[in-house]
Design a protein around this ligand. Sequence first.
Ligand code: NAD
Length: 363
Amino acid sequence: MKVGVPTEVKTDEYRVALTPAGARELADAGHEVLVQHGAGEGSAISDADYAAQGASIVPDADAVFAQAEMIVKVKEPQPEEVARLRPHHLLFTYLHLAPAPALTRGLMASGATCIAYETVEDARGRLPLLAPMSEVAGKIATQAGAFMLEKPLGGRGILLGGVPGVAAANVMVIGGGVVGMRAALIAIGMEATVFVFDRNIDRLRELDSEFGGRADTCFATTLAIEERLPEIDLVIGAVLVHGAKAPHVITRRQLTLMKPGAVLVDVSIDQGGCFETSRPTTHTDPTYEVDGITHYCVANMPGAVPITSTHALTNATMPYVVQLANDGVVRAVQDNPGLKPGVNVVAGKVTYAPVADAVGVPY
Ligand code: NAD
C-alpha cells in the first residue's frame, strides 16, 4: 500500500504521524511511504532521517494526497485537507467528530474511510491510541494551570505547593482517567492539596491505591463539586464519555462559587469541553476570562511538546498503521475487533453511534 504522511497544518501543531522507525517497518513490509517535505521538522526529524529508512520525500500535501492510499495524520483534517480526500482514501488520525458537525459532514461528502485514533479500543475496552496523548496532556494541564495562577498572567497569585508556614493551593481534578491521574500525580509532586472527582467507584478505588493517601478521591456529584469549589484555586477538567460530547461538570452559574483569579483547565475541550463556558483556544493565545475565572482550553496540548508527543503517539499507532497497510481495512477490522469502533465514517455514512447521535445524522 502507498502510505502518505502530510505535514500537520493545525495552528501550533508540531507533531508528525510517523517516525523514521515507522517508515522502516512499513518499507520492510513492502509498502511505499510518502512523507511531505518538512513534515518531521517540528519534531526534530529531517527529510534525510526518513529517506534513510526507505521513505520517499514528496514536495507538498497535494502530492501526498494524490499518490497515497492511506493518509496517516495527527490532528483532525483541516478544511483544505478535507477537500483533498477522495473515496479511495483511508484516513487514520484523531477526529473528535462528536462536537464537530461541519467536519463530520465534510468527511461524509468525501466518501473516504475515516478511522479515529480516539475511539479505537483494546481488548479491555480502553483507548490505546488516546492514552499516550492523555498522559502528555494530563502532565501539561497541571504545569499550565500552575503558570496561569501567577499574578502577572491574571491568576490569583498563589504558588501551587505553598512554602513552609503558608498553605499550598487546592487543585480539583474532575475525571480521574488517564489525563486526570497524570494531572493529579504532577499536582501531588508539586506539593499541592489535591482532590480527584470521578463517577466510577472502581476507578476511585484504583486511584486511592495509586495515590497512597497523597490525594483525596471524591464521588463526582453536582453537590460534592459545588461544596468543594469555593476553596479551589485550580480545576482540571478531564472527563470523557467514549466518543461522545463531553458533559458539562461546571456551569456558568457555578463560576460564582469560585475565588476570583482561579483557573480552569479544560482538557476535554477536544470533545466539546466539560465547562459550560469553555471554547477552544490555541497555544499562541491559550486563555480568556469569564466572570473573573481564567479559562485555558487548548485543544492540542501535546502539540507543544512534539519531541515527546510524536514518539509517544507513534509508539502506539505504528502497529495499527502496519496492520492496516498489510491487510486493508476490512481484514484488519475482522482480525482486530478493537479497530471496529475506530471506524467513524465510511463511504458517506457515519458508522459510530455516539458521533451519529451527537451530530444528528442517521447511523
Ligand atoms: P479516560 O476515559 O481515561 O477518563 C475519563 C474519566 O472521566 C473516566 O474515569 C470516567 O469515569 C470519568 N467521567 C466520565 N463522566 C464523568 C462525569 N460526569 N463526572 C466525573 N467523571 C466522569 O479519558 P482520558 O484519556 O483521561 O481523556 C479525557 C479527555 O481529555 C478526553 O476528552 C480526551 O479526548 C481529552 N484529551 C485532550 C487533549 C488536549 O490536547 N486537549 C489531549 C489528550 C486527551
